[in-house]
Ligand binder design. Structure first.
Ligand SMILES: Cc1ncc(COP(=O)(O)O)c(C=O)c1O
Length: 425
């Protein structure tokens, strides 16, 4: 037995499924999870001494690669001054200033501890501001695990085969309306059927929890117009796209101004962080200024702020990061297409910039229904082959591959070689 297998045996005794987040388990791909000992640059090392090229990158935040010196140093320096005060700090002010400078829709921001918390709180603010209850979300978009959003929630839930989570009372989701991604008509219908009742639309501007699905021309702009017309707020959930698609996220990339936006892990550079923010008049609804209550003991934690600031400042000062990671992503997708042509394979490689996804599906994926056509059994075989050959990708079809600044062209070439071996196998 490997050390990972031994640890897994111990883990399942005291952790549900042996993990602290379901997507880490290998349930949909088989085998037992690798237990990770360390990570550096583009590579991750397990407890058995195996090295992998890492395309999970902690599910997005390690945009500069693992163990980046600038972030590590900032964390150590902050930790030497104490870990948490539960009181205001200069670091939080600096973080808020930086975020409001970079994120187009941010006039005010509130730090929280995770993407789930950010989205949950942004929706509460939107409901408080509009005095309306209903929200529209899109099938296959994931917005964290809060009760009201666990409906057709993509990624982990898709492969677990749980349609909706048990434990979520039906009352909690009765105001969550489902529309189809890339289908403005489905949104219009909901606005017609629920006149003056919809507080907000929440959307992943690039859907990255049903694989990677790009917004079609006019989709995001259409959402903006519908929200404005019906007095609803547009919320971009930028937990994946934020500071990745571009420094100013998807809203900068597509030049669409949401009313509110939510960010997560990437703001912490590897520490547990999230934030929500947007128009001043909406954010001024939030306590202690306004009547929408939201709080957090560890929100704005000084060590997390130090890590996040170090990463965000680095990204701001080094635009070449985006040039490189976008080129790597494009190079990968082009070369995978060349391989698919060579072997006459109909699978799809989708993506944008440094987000990619190979869909084991024969047709183009544009929404939840078409994403579900993917052959998850074939993905499982592919995943196991990649892992055995030193490539660490998500243990689930409906997740993204993340490229980081630490990846080299050689890493991509090595990865493509393994993909070709798999196609030949
Ligand atoms: C788009 C999106 N929103 C929200 C979340 C929830 O974030 P967290 O896992 O930090 O709670 C995720 C998680 O990956 C996400 O991808």
């Amino acid at each position: 037995m490997t050390k990972s297998e031994l640890l897994y045996k111990r883990a399942v005794k005291h952790l549900p499924g042996g993990v602290n987040s379901p997507v880490r388990a290998f349930l949909s791909v088989g085998g037992s999870p690798r237990f990770i000992e360390s990570a550096d640059g583009a590579y991750i090392y397990d407890v058995d001494g195996s090295k992998y090229i890492d395309y999970i990158n902690s599910w997005g935040p390690m945009i500069l690669g693992h163990n980046h010196e600038v972030i590590r140093t900032a964390v150590i320096e902050a930790a030497q001054k104490g870990l948490s005060y539960g009181a205001a700090t200069e670091a939080e002010v600096e973080m808020a200033e930086l975020l409001c400078e970079i994120v187009p829709c941010f006039e005010m921001v509130r730090m929280v501890n995770s993407g789930t918390e950010a989205v949950m709180s942004a929706i509460r603010a939107a409901r408080g501001y509009t005095r309306r209850s209903k929200i529209i979300k899109f099938e296959g978009c994931y917005h964290g695990h809060s009760d009201g959003l666990l409906v057709k929630a993509g990624s982990g839930v898709m492969v677990a085969g749980i349609p909706d989570s048990l434990g979520v009372p039906s009352n909690c989701v009765k105001d969550t309306l489902q529309a189809k991604y890339n289908d403005l008509d489905s949104v219009m219908e909901l606005f017609e059927e629920n006149r003056d009742e919809i507080a907000a639309i929440i959307v992943e501007p690039v859907a990255a929890n049903m694989g990677v699905v790009l917004p079609q021309e006019g989709f995001l702009q259409g959402l903006r117009e519908l929200c404005t017309k019906h007095g609803a707020l547009l919320i971009f959930d930028e937990v994946i796209t934020g500071f990745r698609l571009s420094l100013s996220g998807a809203q900068g990339y597509y030049n669409i101004m949401p009313d509110l936006a939510t960010f997560g892990k990437i703001i912490g550079g590897g520490m547990p962080v999230g934030c929500y923010g947007g128009r001043r008049e909406v954010m001024e609804m939030v306590a202690p200024v306004g009547p929408v209550y939201q709080a957090g003991t560890l929100s704005g934690n000084p060590v997390a702020m130090a890590a996040g600031m170090a990463q965000l400042k680095y990204l701001k000062e080094h635009p070449e990061v985006y040039t490189k990671i976008n080129e790597l992503g494009e190079y990968f997708r082009n070369k995978v297409n060349v391989l698919f042509d060579k072997y006459n394979i109909k699978y799809q490689v989708a993506g944008i910039g440094s987000l990619s996804c190979i869909f084991f599906a024969n047709g183009k994926v544009t929404d939840y229904e078409t994403a579900k056509m993917a052959d998850t059994k074939e993905y499982a075989r592919y995943f196991r082959f990649m892992l055995e050959h030193g490539i660490y990708i998500a243990p689930a079809q409906f997740e993204a591959m993340f490229f980081s600044y630490a990846h080299t062209y050689q890493d991509i070439v090595d990865t493509l070689l393994v993909i070709e071996q798999y196609l030949n196998d």
